[in-house]
Ligand binder design. Sequence first.
Ligand SMILES: [Zn+2]
Length: 59
Amino acid sequence: MVCPCGCGRRLEVMLLKGVKPRWDLSVDKTGFPSLHPSVWVADGCRSHFWLRNGKIHWC
Ligand SMILES: [Zn+2]
């Protein structure tokens, strides 16, 4: 996914089992994705956000 802050950075979100760090991706009935836990960009723009039901929630 591309960082939602607009910096254009590509974020690697690991969804494979057994890989750390990793995130749980769930998709609701209407097809919107949610990620758990929140995504934190430790370097660069330092974005910290939740993806819930296809929408970005900034921390
Ligand atoms: Zn960013």
